[in-house]
Design a protein around this ligand. Structure first.
Ligand code: SF4
Ligand code: SF4
Length: 353
């Protein structure tokens, strides 16, 4: 991690710790009250508690043109992004995925072509996954594509846990952390008024709702796939499933939520001030959210287009986007959710001791 990024965050946190005007805004400020000085581990921990709501910037009397030049949302965002890249193995891939929105786009195109070559069939007529590629080939491709990135991610989280001096986790600490993540408490601005993410400086709950739609949409889609796997292997019930089945109900509801949530997040990004985010990471943020949007929207279109001549093309694109999403889990912005929940668990430990 670059020294100047850490030093700048430490300098700003020292000013905030003397001022403490923003003390009730979020869990990063609550954590601050425990310290007199900020070592590297503490700054990394606090940076992953910050949700970049930007409330502290808009409340601050020490921003430019004041000589202190405070911009805590950006200072913590820079440390946060570097903390992911320095803990997850293969940092070169993190740098690649975080470098440009084009990486996701190009990956989807390349993998689509690969799928098309593997399928090697008249794919315009395909109606289900299994018309296109057999079930065993699908498992052969997607099994490693899902498990290998998860393994890399958990190695990264393990290293992070060591850095922040994490201890044995109790059920109570897990419950505290997941409660805070489930209702995105840290995006409520402290008193429930919401955050100041949009450039016009007003309070808004939009970002919190968009995040919740995205998070729950993703979890429902994941539940849909998991249930379908159990039905396939446990009960011999093979897709396609009717609308009134758990995989379809979860999948369609999750897909709609995910599409709405990511559409709103993309819109909010266009409204946000780039100076309050991590330097040069805006493009990759767009790339990640757009990839999520494409996964859900192509899945919904597939449902609508089943049996038509465009179903095969959509299947190829949908499968390719899922493959790219899986591979990018430890290296793209997707990783922020996993690091944040880990930081919330550590924070629950520190609060209870
Ligand atoms: S961001 Fe500004 S107002 Fe808020 S605690 Fe820090 S110095 Fe004080
Ligand atoms: S940007 Fe928001 S979440 Fe981050 S430290 Fe400031 S108030 Fe807390």
């Amino acid at each position: 991690m670059q020294d100047q990024v850490l030093d700048e965050a430490k300098r700003q946190l020292a000013v905030c710790n003397a001022c403490r005007y923003c003390e009730g805004f979020c869990s990063a400020f609550k954590a601050m009250t425990r310290y007199r000085a900020f070592d590297t581990e503490t700054v990394i921990h606090m940076s992953n508690l910050c949700h970049n709501c930007q409330a502290c910037y808009h409340s601050c009397q020490y921003t430019v043109p004041h000589e202190f030049e405070l911009n805590l949302p950006s200072a913590l965002a820079n440390v946060r992004v570097e903390s992911w890249e320095s803990h997850v193995p293969f940092p070169v891939l993190s740098k690649l995925f975080q470098s440009s929105p084009l990486v996701s786009l190009v990956s989807v195109v390349v993998v689509s072509i690969l799928f098309w070559l593997v399928a090697g069939i008249p794919w315009l007529a395909a109606d289900t996954f299994y018309d296109l590629i057999s079930h065993s080939v699908l498992v052969l491709i997607f099994g490693p594509l899902f498990l290998a990135p998860l393994l890399i991610l958990f190695v990264g989280l393990g290293r992070y846990w060591k850095t922040v001096n994490g201890e044995r986790i109790t059920r109570q600490q897990l419950a505290d952390a997941f409660r805070a993540a489930a209702n995105l408490k840290n995006l409520d601005g402290g008193a429930g008024q919401g955050c100041n993410y949009e450039k016009d400086d007003r309070y808004s709950q939009s970002r919190r709702w968009a995040h919740q739609a995205t998070m729950y949409g993703f979890l429902l889609c994941f539940a849909s796939t998991s249930i379908a796997t159990v039905m396939h292997y446990g009960f011999g019930l093979v897709a396609p499933y009717p609308l009134m089945s758990l995989p379809k109900l979860f999948g369609v509801t999750g897909g709609i939520l995910l599409t709405l949530g990511t559409s709103k997040l993309i819109y909010l990004k266009t409204k946000a001030n780039p100076l309050l985010e991590a330097s040069s990471r805006r493009g990759s943020d767009y790339g990640f959210v757009t990839l999520l949007w494409f996964v859900s929207t192509s899945g919904l279109l597939l449902y609508w287009a089943g049996g038509t001549t465009i179903a095969g093309t959509l299947l190829i694109l949908h499968l390719a986007s899922i493959a790219c999403l899986f591979v990018s889990i430890p290296f793209s912005k997707m990783v922020h959710g996993f690091f944040r929940i880990t930081a919330l668990i550590r924070e629950a430990q520190l609060q209870r001791t």
